[in-house]
Write a protein that binds this ligand. Structure first.
Ligand code: NDP
Ligand code: MG
Length: 384
């Protein structure tokens, strides 16, 4: 890496990916300058503490009501702001080199669009951005010659395997999945599980939303659509295999039958760091993989009779348009209803299926059409 510091923004700084990103930044203080941080309104003291530790000039909370608290807690050199509009304005004007998007859910869409509009590269963890709005977002990124660098571990793995290769040589992309806490269970066993059971992820420590999505395998459905946009692959070239050890992060199968995989211990600092330093690889002391110690790596097919999630993604990719946004929105609403004890876990799939079936898909959608479909789906899924 060259001598000048890269100016970066970290959106969703207080969350799980945000925290891992800060670990990466701490290990490379000479390489990056954190210019902007943002979060929701759930943990203002943490946001203020990050501003103090990294001497961040701009800190934004999504919640207007949290502004007085943020203002009173940030250090002298930090200006506090509130609201999505303020965040988008800053992203448009701060002349950043890279924006790390780690906001959970659709709240990441407009900030990411603003950053792309300003010509800024994106290190993208917020998978919902591409799932809901992949068509217009990728189009804008191409127009602005902006790179969307994947942070999601599977997509970072695919990105690294594909570097320097023509997509024409790819037979298919194989996303690996841990299988989540309910791997191997029957439909009957899954019917009665509770929120706390779903939060026990076997290999990754993550925020609650993606942890639930991993338990239902909706995370893998979202990731299939994410891969569809990032690598411009049709649904018949995107496959999933369960790999409980989460050491192989994904695999490219080439036309000649060879496969290339990326391996590391499961730690999100690996894909985050690569998105920040690529094409360079820096030793920051991350734990090294010892395959002999890992012992055996195993693989299984997804039991799609028990976990029907992947079929939703295939349908959404085949139909293109607004249907993936509808799948994503219905998943959000159904997940929240499960958290509140309103429905059983399999009810999540029922709600997604019914909402997708009732949707009038719109091809080549604009952002406004996507937000309209999203709003429609949220209302529909809530009423089911
Ligand atoms: P968390 O729930 O841990 O963190 C979410 C972050 O988003 C918090 O900083 C939160 O702020 C912020 N936030 C929430 N709502 C808003 C809003 N309306 N406006 C602005 N900021 C908001 O999530 P994760 O870190 O686990 O996940 C973040 C994204 O990364 C998700 O899209 C997830 O799918 C993806 N991802 C996560 C992985 C992981 O290992 N965790 C792996 C791969 C992808 P506050 O604290 O104030 O609520
Ligand atoms: Mg992932």
């Amino acid at each position: 890496m060259n001598g000048t510091k890269k100016r970066i923004a970290l959106l969703g700084a207080t969350g799980s990916i945000g925290t891992s990103t800060l670990r990466v930044l701490r290990a490379m203080p000479e390489a990056f300058e954190l210019v902007l941080i943002s979060a929701g309104g759930g943990n203002i003291p943490k946001l203020a503490a990050i501003a103090a530790e990294f001497k961040v000039p701009h800190a934004v909370t999504a919640a207007e009501t949290c502004l007085p608290q943020l203002r009173s807690q940030v250090p002298a050199g930090t200006t506090a702001y509130a609201g999505e509009g303020a965040l988008c304005d800053l992203l448009s004007t701060l002349d950043l080199d890279l924006v790390v998007s780690a906001i959970v859910g659709n709240a990441a869409i407009l900030p990411v669009v603003a950053a792309i509009g300003a010509g800024c590269d994106i290190a993208l963890a917020s998978k919902e951005v591409l799932v809901a709005a992949g068509y217009p977002v990728m189009k804008l990124a191409a127009e602005k010659k902006v790179r969307i660098l994947p942070v999601d571990s599977e997509h970072s793995a695919l990105f690294q395997c594909l570097e320097g290769h023509s997509p024409d040589n790819v037979k298919k992309l194989i996303l690996t999945a841990s299988g989540g806490p309910f791997r191997g269970k029957s439909s009957a066993e899954i019917a009665g599980v509770a929120w706390a059971d779903a939060m026990k992820h076997p290999t990754w420590s993550m925020g609650p939303k993606v942890t639930l999505d991993s338990a239902t395998l909706m995370n893998k459905a979202l990731e299939m659509v994410e891969a569809h946009h990032l690598f411009q692959m049709s649904e018949d070239r995107i496959d999933v295999q369960v790999h409980p050890q989460s050491i192989i992060h994904s695999i490219v199968e080439w036309r000649d039958g060879n496969q290339t995989a990326l391996l590391s211990v499961p730690d999100m600092c690996f894909p985050i760091q690569y998105a920040l330093t690529l094409p360079d690889r820096i030793d920051t002391g991350l734990k090294r993989l010892d395959l002999a110690q890992a012992g055996c790596l195993t693989f299984e097919r997804v039991d799609e009779r028990v976990f029907p999630s992947l079929a939703f993604a295939r349908t959404a990719m085949r139909e293109q348009g607004t249907l993936a946004a509808v799948m994503n929105a219905a998943n959000d609403v159904a997940g929240e209803r499960f958290r509140q004890g309103d429905i059983a876990l399999p009810g999540i799939w029922t709600i997604i299926e019914k909402t997708m079936s009732a949707h009038q898909n719109g091809k080549d959608p604009t952002l406004d059409e996507i937000f309209a479909a999203d709003n429609w789906a949220r209302a529909y899924a809530a009423a089911l």
